[in-house]
Design a protein around this ligand. Sequence first.
Ligand code: FPP
Length: 248
Amino acid sequence: MNPLEERARAIQAHGNLPRHVAVIMDGNGRWAERRGQPRIFGHRAGMKSVRAVIEAAGDLGIEALTLYAFSKENWKRPPAEVDALMGLLRRYMKSEREELIERGARIEAIGDLDQLGGAARAELDRLIEATAHCDRLRVTLALSYGGRAEIVEAARRIARAAVAGNLDPQSLDEPAFARFLYSPDLPDPDLLVRTSGEMRISNFLLWQIAYAELYVTETLWPDFGREAFFEAIEDYQSRERRFGRVMA
Ligand code: FPP
């Protein structure tokens, strides 16, 4: 057994695996700039990390992975970068389809998906449909995603249900509210990983990360692979989660 396999075994033997890991994949631009390359070079390299992390999460037996691939704010980047990112996403969703099916990865998406261009949306729908039967790992791509927008959209859905007479405002509590979010059947993330050292949430899963453990690494996303993912999980396993309580 090689050292990384041994490490995977030890993580599994520990038992306290996060069910759901959410990742802010940051630092592609800096990675490229340090190499004197255009930013898109970093995004392209970042796709390899996406593959490595999906493989590692599946191998460990983690149930769900949510990846922040494109935020609502990212539309404000220069059009050339936005186009290149959409192109990369499209290519990724097509070229990785068979591999994802083999790995048992079921792809889902959250965000303002109507904002995606027709071609990217069509490729996404195809991938979601092709992997709908996969049951090893749920991979949610956050695309044109904003946490506040998600909460506002939930409020809108709730208001509509109330106006239609299908919801009594008095019955609305936290679990009932959460059922109106984009992915009501996903457990909240236990662990939020952010690469490239920034200490920010950047409007990601604002409702769902209320009790998530945070892990920030200086490693830039294109350098984040299987080993770095294991490190994040090991760090999580050393934490004591109290959810606001006092442990006996
Ligand atoms: C942040 O780096 C990263 C993004 C805005 C895009 C993430 C996209 C990928 C990893 C590629 C494809 C994704 C999938 C799911 C196939 P940045 O550009 O903000 O880097 P910087 O902070 O160094 O400028």
